[in-house]
Design a protein around this ligand. Structure first.
Ligand code: UTP
Length: 405
């Protein structure tokens, strides 16, 4: 796009203030600014005026494949899952485009060193898991890593410098997710530099379209299953053959690892039925009476917390690719330039960011196997610096699982 086109578009959208420092920019900065403005998804900006929390349908509990059932049929699931992996039917998708603001480091989360007496990086933990899988099945699983414009270069450089922690580079691909603008509470886009709007990664719900834009779907045509998982669970089991086998044999088009909530208040999305379809309801969306409801067995009725480890069937993903998933507006503290061109670091939330969430894809998949795992063996998220779901709690769980830190 040219300057005139951009200026016209910004005028129509009531965002012409973004060009107020234009004349102070050098040629390169101007080109960079035009590039950034051309890539903005303007549709999300319609939201501040019209945004309403989407009405939830009828919520009911869902049955999960229990740990006991999994133990009973384990050898069958294992055989089917391992065979699928040997035949290249699954790829691993690592979501590493987040900013990790709660952890309080600006470096990519995967580069965080969780070791105590020796370096042990989060990426190293995850790749170690894939190497064990190779030992078990004899096959390398392709690892597709989603980054964002904010951390792509650093992530690639870090993994290259560490020799991909022993994983063959031929089996690793990177792809970059899209960015979304941040707006103040009146809907005006913010500037983070005189020649750059404030942009942030657009959430983890866009992974499939970003994969497609990067041309990676064509590279792995034989992949029938995408195992998508977060960067911050250091006990993550990637392409777990038992999970894969169970999902394949269930005939469902999606699988979700779940853990039993530790308490009704635990801040985790729960898998339920919504209007008869599997769906994830965020903790803040679950009405209080449902949050505390218990069944005849004394267990919470809505206890299946999702841990961001999903299997998605490729055919169904292609089918739903055109559907637009909900955009969530999240209040955040976003540094911005004031009219005098000075950088302001707000102490309270001052802006909305726009994100799509992978958990909203579950309902679109139409069917899903909730698959219960042992929390202490598979769920050690590193979200915060201290307290719950923190570096400390993850270290404790790694130790319990025999990892030397
Ligand atoms: P979180 O929701 O924990 O977000 O991401 P975050 O950005 O890592 O951390 P906070 O909220 O700023 O503290 C869950 C997973 O989704 C990925 C993250 O990298 C993590 O693996 N993610 C999140 C993306 O890949 N892109 C995004 O835009 C957001």
């Amino acid at each position: 796009m040219k300057y005139e086109e951009i200026a016209f578009k910004l005028g129509v959208k009531g965002q012409e203030h973004l060009l107020r420092f234009w004349d102070e920019l050098g040629k390169e900065e101007q080109a960079r600014m035009i590039g950034a403005l051309s890539r903005i998804d303007w549709d999300v900006l319609e939201l501040p005026a019209s945004h309403k929390q989407a009405e939830r349908g009828k919520i009911e509990p869902i049955e999960a494949l229990s740990r006991e059932e999994i133990a009973r049929d384990r050898s069958l699931y294992l055989r089917v899952g391992e065979e699928a992996l040997r035949r290249g039917k699954a790829v691993a998708v690592l979501l590493a485009g987040g900013q990790g603001t709660r952890l309080g480091t600006s470096a990519p989360k995967g580069t965080f060193d969780i070791g105590l007496t020796r370096p042990l990086y989060i990426f190293e933990c995850l790749i170690g898991n894939l190497l064990s899988l190779k030992e078990q099945t004899g096959a390398y699983v392709p690892l597709l890593i989603m980054t964002s414009e904010k951390n792509d270069r650093e992530t690639r450089a870090f993994l290259r410098e560490h020799g991909y922690f022993g994983y063959p580079a031929d089996f690793i691909r990177f792809f970059v997710q899209e960015m979304a603008p941040a707006v103040d509470f009146s809907g005006k886009l913010l500037l983070e530099e005189k020649g750059m709007p404030a942009l942030s990664p657009n959430g983890n719900g866009g992974w499939y379209s970003s994969l497609e834009h990067a041309g990676l779907l064509r590279e792995f045509p034989e992949a029938e299953w995408f195992n998508v998982f977060s960067v911050d669970n250091v006990l993550q089991k990637i392409c777990d053959p038992v999970f894969l086998g169970a999902t394949i044999l269930s005939g469902k088009l999606c699988g979700a690892k779940v853990v039993s909530k530790t308490s009704p208040e635990e801040k985790v999305g729960v898998l339920c039925l919504e209007d008869g379809l599997p769906s994830v309801v965020e903790y803040y969306e679950l009405p209080e009476e449902m949050r505390y409801a218990v069944g005849k067995d004394g267990k919470l009725l809505y206890r299946h917390g999702v841990i961001l480890n999903y299997l998605f069937h490729a055919g169904k993903l292609r089918e739903i690719a055109k559907e637009r998933i909900p955009v969530h507006m999240v209040k955040k503290k976003v540094p911005y330039l004031n009219n005098a061109g000075e950088l302001v670091r707000p102490e309270t939330e001052n802006a909305y960011k726009f994100e799509t969430l992978i958990l909203d894809m579950i309902k679109l998949m139409g069917s899903c196997l909730p698959y219960e795992v042992v929390r202490e063996h598979e769920f050690a998220p590193v979200k915060n610096a201290t307290g719950a779901d923190s570096v400390e709690s993850a270290r404790e769980l790694l130790k319990q699982n025999g990892v030397t830190l």
